[in-house]
Design a protein around this ligand. Structure first.
Ligand code: UTP
Length: 310
């Protein structure tokens, strides 16, 4: 029997134990989640999103090669005193702001990469009986109201699991968990089905699960009872599918833009977009980018013409 204490979300789980093979060799010894979007790592954006949603307890499910993340959220006494001594106030603030005083970081290790569902199960003891958020840092989100804050707002009314979704082209359904359901209010759907990576012609819809979840603590029991699939992995999608048989689950079509920073192309798009509006570099970056696009365009036109007359 659960002894749920809070009617809002106070804890976020960040599963960061994955191998990041799509980014090898950079991820051989460094975490994918420390990849910078200009000057801030993906994981810091994810933690800031949770913080903006009122969450103060951050739980990281880590693995080998992830030590840099613990260091990033730790106090850097030596660096701080050097910056203080050299009166680099702005840089000092940027370092100190990584970990506000009221934020608490906890770490648990997933010692074998047995899937996202298993990673979340590793956080069970630290989460306890309360419902909780899950943020996948490599799904980088930009929104006027941060996406997790939008979801917590929905949760306060619903008190149920809420899964973020976005529409994808039908040709891509085999890359995502796909949900279907009926709209109960604009952007909010009562879920009736969830399947992992269906083929395009078998997908129940084109609504794809992306890396933001609010999960009822009852998910742990479902995950514990899952049979490991290919590679011994426990899939979160399967856990949500069994939860759905017992209680209501909602999917939420968030407002905002998502970059799949687990892929090289998604990561590059995120870096370029953020650089274009970055207060320090946007001016020179935008003019460099404009020249680059113009010269690439001119080169392509020239090449096409010479191919035509060849
Ligand atoms: P991905 O599917 O992106 O896997 O995991 P990955 O290992 O990070 O990257 P690739 O596919 O090898 O390039 C989605 C999220 O789940 C976490 C990852 O860290 C990532 O945030 N994860 C995945 C775990 O924490 N543990 C696992 O066993 C698997």
């Amino acid at each position: 029997m659960r002894n749920k204490i809070s009617s809002t979300i106070t804890k976020a789980v960040f599963p960061i134990a994955g191998l990041g093979t799509r980014f090898l060799p950079v991820t051989k010894a460094s975490p994918k989640e420390m990849l910078p979007i200009v000057d801030k790592p993906l994981i810091q954006y994810a933690v800031e999103e949770a913080y903006a949603a009122g969450i103060r307890q951050m739980i990281f499910v880590t693995g080998r090669t992830k030590r840099a993340i613990e260091d990033h959220f730790d106090t850097a006494y030596e660096l701080e005193s050097i910056l203080e001594y050299s009166q680099k106030q702005q840089l000092l603030e940027s370092v100190r702001n990584v970990t506000p005083d009221d934020m608490h970081c906890m770490y648990v290790r997933q010692n074998r990469t047995l899937g996202l569902g298993h990673a979340i199960l590793c956080a069970e003891k630290l989460v306890g009986d309360d419902d909780f958020a899950v943020i996948l840092a490599d799904d980088f989100m930009i929104a006027e109201q941060p996406v997790m804050a939008q979801m917590v707002e929905q949760y306060k009314r619903l008190q149920k699991s809420i899964i973020a979704v976005q529409n994808v082209p039908r040709t891509q359904t085999n890359l995502y968990g796909i949900v279907s359901g009926s709209e109960v209010q604009p952007g909010l759907f009562g879920m009736n089905n969830i399947v992992e990576k269906p083929l395009p012609d078998e997908a129940p819809s084109t609504m794809a699960v992306v890396g933001r979840y609010i999960l009822a603590a009852t998910i742990f029991e479902e995950l514990r009872n899952q049979q490991p699939g290919i590679g011994g992995e426990i899939q979160l999608t399967d856990g949500i599918a069994s939860l759905l048989k017992k209680e209501r689950v909602f999917s939420y079509h968030f407002n905002g833009k998502r970059y799949d920073c687990g892929s090289k192309i998604g990561y590059l798009k995120a870096v370029v977009d953020i650089a274009c509006s970055h207060p320090e570099v946007s001016g020179s970056f935008n003019s460099w980018l404009k020249n680059k696009v113009q010269s690439t365009h001119a080169q392509t036109t020239k090449q096409n013409q010479s191919d035509y007359f060849a």
